[in-house]
Design a protein around this ligand. Structure first.
Ligand SMILES: CC(C)(COP(=O)(O)OP(=O)(O)OC[C@H]1O[C@@H](n2cnc3c(N)ncnc32)[C@H](O)[C@@H]1OP(=O)(O)O)[C@@H](O)C(=O)NCCC(=O)NCCS
Length: 172
């Protein structure tokens, strides 16, 4: 369960190369050039790298690190202390279409929600398919394509990602 920041600060700011549009921003959030954040909730002490996009209705917990070039789409909820590597892609629509019978799709698509638990780490360039739950403390290897739910404190990598072992003495 994610707690929204107690004092809700809804921030809108378009400055230099930064776009923040109606974001509920926690305390001491650090963000860098070329971020595009809109309609989301971001917890205290989160760091957001350059070229990150975070869409509406995303919630991010406290002390997370979102590395550059990652995309966090609507329907994703990220708990506390989560590490997101560079170029991590989330997905929220398993069968996307631009249009059907020549009519462009606007709202007629199925949003499939994804949940990332406390203390999860996701390696660079991983892709997380839609409707996935990654349980607390799990590791996702660089370049993994995650197609199924991931168990607590497990190490997962490959395409499709598989669970290879439990964390032992590594930092949890
Ligand atoms: C998955 C990971 C956590 C290591 O897990 P591990 O259990 O310690 O894995 P090991 O290093 O012991 O390697 C075990 C095997 O998995 C393979 N492997 C390791 N990481 C892999 C990955 N991401 N994708 C595919 N195979 C991988 C190794 O080549 C090795 O193969 P082998 O048994 O055929 O020799 C790590 O490799 C990783 O991908 N971390 C993410 C780092 C990252 O993206 N950081 C971002 C900020 S810089």
């Amino acid at each position: 369960m994610i707690n929204k920041p107690k004092k809700q600060r809804i921030i809108s700011l378009i400055k230099n190369n930064i776009r923040i549009d109606k974001v509920c921003l926690g305390k001491n959030v650090k963000y860098y050039d070329f971020v595009n954040l809109y309609g989301c909730t971001i917890g205290d002490n989160v760091k957001i790298g350059t070229f990150v996009e975070i869409q509406k209705n995303v919630t991010i917990g406290k002390r997370c690190k979102i590395s550059s070039h990652s995309f966090i789409c609507e329907g994703v909820t990220i708990a506390d202390d989560v590490f997101i590597g560079h170029g991590v892609m989330f997905i929220n629509d398993k069968f996307p279409r631009a249009s059907i019978n020549g009519k462009q799709i606007v709202d007629e698509w199925n949003l499939e929600k994804t949940f990332v638990g406390n203390g999860v780490s996701i390696g660079s360039n991983a892709t997380i398919l839609s409707g996935i739950t990654i349980e607390d403390g799990a590791f996702i290897g660089a370049g993994a394509v995650v197609t199924k739910n991931v168990k607590k404190n497990s190490i997962n990598y490959g395409n499709p990602a598989k669970s290879y072992r439990k964390l032992k003495n590594e930092k949890v």
